[in-house]
Design a protein. Structure first.
Length: 425
């Protein structure tokens, strides 16, 4: 569907942030690997997280879904091989993390993962190379390092290296499967470690489910190591916190439009890297107060330019880009070269679509230089949920924006329009 967005005058009210997509992915997988029955409270049921949930069901876990909770009967690591190919649609987290998980199945069995056209372009070679050093037989069916991915059961363990500047999902993938390896696993992360908060979130979930690990940062520059011994995930009663990534659109709208709004279920001590969005809007001119479990914002809608390195929060690129697009002055985003390997090349596509709405943009290898004053126009979503929601917010500020193929926001924020309508009434 195409979505036409018109200008609004103010934002107000109180709203609950949607549950974290990243934490929901990880909690579904940990509960599926656990021994016994877990209760996951406030899960996110979006297209992406449901891809993970349904894949875990095919691997042997049992899920009972309710609006406010999900009851999971885990496998205790006894993964079965599904009869059919597992289709994870557009979810890169699903295919990457579950490729390692599938390797703990019995050695004679094979699991095949595929997805939509976009997912079948997502690079996997670095993960496959690292897994092979741990005794895993894994390869791309097209021999090009992208899905479909074929995984043979058998996770021996041992020591392996992986580059830290490609995808944190590769690191999370190996870490989540490692407790069920036959021998201890040592994972060495070499080079610049991008998106490290996402790995910290993975370890946070693993520890909540009873997994112990060791983390070592040596005196060697750009080198860190994780060590995990064979053990079993434990069942838990676990509450999933609100998502700063999804809330970033509400926060951005509240910053760029006259507002007085409270967003609940966001925690100051969260490990989510995307909580930096609060600092960003504050430095650009919004007034922000953070209490226990909620964020309150007041703004007159006038923001100033700002330079930011988003190395540890690449999913914020579209949101921050539209914030800068209507700020006074020239702003710069750096550190997001790895955002070129998301659902789309977000660096390039943000540049294209900002130009389409009248913004002066210079595309860098690892970011954007943005000079404001958007005028409106037509935006192609590139079937990227974050592009849709970011440019919707810009449309609320300036009006006259039409977004092509906008329905894909359902991937991470199914009730996005309902929430935005509530605070803009």
């Amino acid at each position: 569907m195409d979505l036409q967005v018109e200008k609004i005058d103010k934002i107000s009210g109180s709203i609950k942030a949607p549950a974290s997509k990243s934490y929901s992915h990880r909690a579904f997988i940990a509960a599926a690997l656990a021994e016994g029955q877990s209760i996951l409270r406030d899960p996110l049921y979006s297209e992406d997280t449901l891809a993970t949930l349904e894949a875990c069901e095919q691997l042997g876990a049992l899920f009972q879904r309710y609006p406010d909770k999900c009851i999971v009967q885990g496998t205790a690591g006894y993964i079965r091989t599904p009869e059919n190919i597992i289709d994870v649609k557009n979810s890169g987290t699903s295919v990457r993390v579950l490729s390692s998980v599938a390797a703990i199945a019995p050695r004679a069995n094979y699991t095949i993962f595929t997805g939509d056209e976009s997912l079948r372009k997502r690079p996997m070679q670095d993960l496959m190379d690292a897994l092979k050093n741990l005794g895993v037989e894994i390869h791309s069916s097209q021999s090009n390092g992208t899905p479909p991915i074929i995984v043979k059961g058998g996770f021996d363990g041992g020591e392996t290296d992986i580059k830290g500047n490609v995808s944190s999902q590769f690191i999370s993938s190996i870490l989540m499967a490692s407790p069920y390896s036959k021998r201890p696993v040592t994972l060495n992360v070499k080079g610049t470690f991008v998106s490290k908060p996402y790995v910290n979130m993975t370890l946070d979930v693993m520890s909540k489910f009873g997994i112990e690990f060791e983390y070592d940062t040596t005196n060697i520059p750009e080198y860190s190591s994780y060590y995990i011994e064979p053990q079993t995930y434990e069942c838990v009663d676990y509450t999933i916190e609100g998502d700063y990534s999804s809330a970033s659109y509400i926060l951005a709208a509240a910053a760029m439009i006259p507002s007085n709004i409270t967003i609940k279920n966001l925690y100051k001590e969260s490990m989510q890297g995307d909580k930096i969005i609060v600092d960003i809007i504050q430095k650009m001119g919004a007034k922000v107060e953070i209490d226990e479990g909620e964020v309150h914002i007041e703004s007159d809608g006038n923001l100033k330019s700002f330079d930011i390195n988003l190395e540890n929060a690449p999913d914020l690129l579209p949101t921050v880009a539209v914030l800068m697009a209507q700020a006074e002055g020239t702003s710069k985003i750096t550190g997001v070269e790895h955002a070129r390997f998301k659902e789309t090349d977000r660096v390039h596509n943000c540049a294209i679509e900002l130009k389409n709405v009248g913004v002066d943009v210079e595309e860098l290898r690892d970011g954007l230089i943005i000079k404001g004053n958007p005028t409106g126009g037509h935006v192609d979503s590139h079937m990227d949920h974050r592009m849709v929601m970011a440019f919707y917010v810009l449309g609320l500020k300036i009006g006259h924006i039409t977004i092509k193929d906008a329905a894909c926001y359902d991937i991470s924020f199914p009730n996005f329009l309902e929430v935005m309508n509530k605070i803009t009434e």
